[in-house]
Design a protein around this ligand. Sequence first.
Ligand SMILES: C[S@@+](CC[C@H](N)C(=O)[O-])C[C@H]1O[C@@H](n2cnc3c(N)ncnc32)[C@H](O)[C@@H]1O
Ligand SMILES: NCCC(=O)N[C@@H](Cc1c[nH]cn1)C(=O)O
Length: 288
Amino acid sequence: MESSMKPLSLDFNQYYKSFKLFLERSTEHECLQKFIDENLPDVIASIGKKGGSSLNVLGVGSGSGKIDLEILGKIQSKHPGFFIHNEVVEPNPQHISKYKALVKEWNSGPNISFTWNQMTSGEYEMQNKKRNESKKFDFIHMIEMLYYVESLHDTIKYFHSLLETNGKLLIVQTADDGGYHSLWRKAGSRFLSSCLFLDVHKVLDEIRMKYHIYELSSIFDITECFIEGNENGELLLDFLTHIVDFRKTAPADLKAEVLQCLRQPQCSREENGKILFNNNLHFIVIDY
Ligand SMILES: C[S@@+](CC[C@H](N)C(=O)[O-])C[C@H]1O[C@@H](n2cnc3c(N)ncnc32)[C@H](O)[C@@H]1O
Ligand SMILES: NCCC(=O)N[C@@H](Cc1c[nH]cn1)C(=O)O
C-alpha cells in the first residue's frame, strides 16, 4: 500500500461511520435477512448433539449484532426449549456496545446467555490456546470479516476445528463476480494491505474442505461518490477502498483510476440516474 494512506480498519470510529452508511445505501442486510429466512432454517435443522438440550453459537466479527440476533432467533425457533449460549468475538468497542444495547432491548426469554470477547479472531485463538480452552460450537458464523485475517487457511482451519459433532460453519463473503473483486483486482494493490483478493471457496478447495455455496444478489448505491465535495460520497469511497479519507490522501491518478473503475460494467450499472454497485454475496456452509 502507498504510504500516504491509512487502512480504515485501523480507525474504529471512521470504520463504524462508513460501515453504517454503507448499510443504509445497500441491500446488504436485506440480502443477509433473505438468506436467514429462506436458507438458514434448513442449514441449522441438524445441528446439536443427539439428546442434547443446549446449543453453543459463536459469532466472529459480529458488528452491531443485528444479524446475529436474527440468526439466534431462527435457531431458537428451530430448536424450541433449548438453552443457547452465544459467544461474540468483535474487536470494535463501538460495535460491541451497540450489540449489548440491542440484546437489552431484545425479548429473547431466559434461555440464552452471552459471552463477549472484544478482540480479533487471532487474539481469540491465542486466548483459547493460552487457557487450554477447547470449547466446541454447534454453529459458527463469520459474516463479512475474513477480509481482515492474516491467513485465510489458518483462520478457517482453526474455527472449523471448534465445531461440535453435527456443527456448521457459515462464511459470508462478497461474490467473486461482484464489484469489489473487480475493483481490487484492478487497482487494489495500491491501497489494500491484506489478502483481500483470495476467494474463500478456492482456499477451501485447496484444503479439501467440502462446502455448499449459495449466491444472493445485492446492490450498493454509490451515486454520491460521483458528487464532488459530497460528505457521504467520501465516506462511501472510504468504505469501497478501505482507506481513511481516500479522497484527501490518495494520489490523484489513483483517485481517477478508482472512480473510473467504479463505473465499469464489472463494478456497477446505471439505473434511473443512480449508480448501483454489485454487492452480491456468497454464503458458504461447511459441515463438521
Ligand atoms: C463488514 S463488518 C460485518 C459486521 C456484521 N457481521 C454484519 O454482517 O453486519 C466486519 C466486522 O468484522 C470486524 N473485524 C475486523 N477485523 C476482525 C478480526 N480480525 N476478527 C474479528 N472481527 C473483525 C469489524 O470490527 C466489523 O465489525
Ligand atoms: N458486502 C460488503 C463488503 C464488506 O463488508 N467489506 C468489508 C471489507 C472491505 C474492504 N474494502 C472494502 N470493504 C468491510 O468493509 O468491512
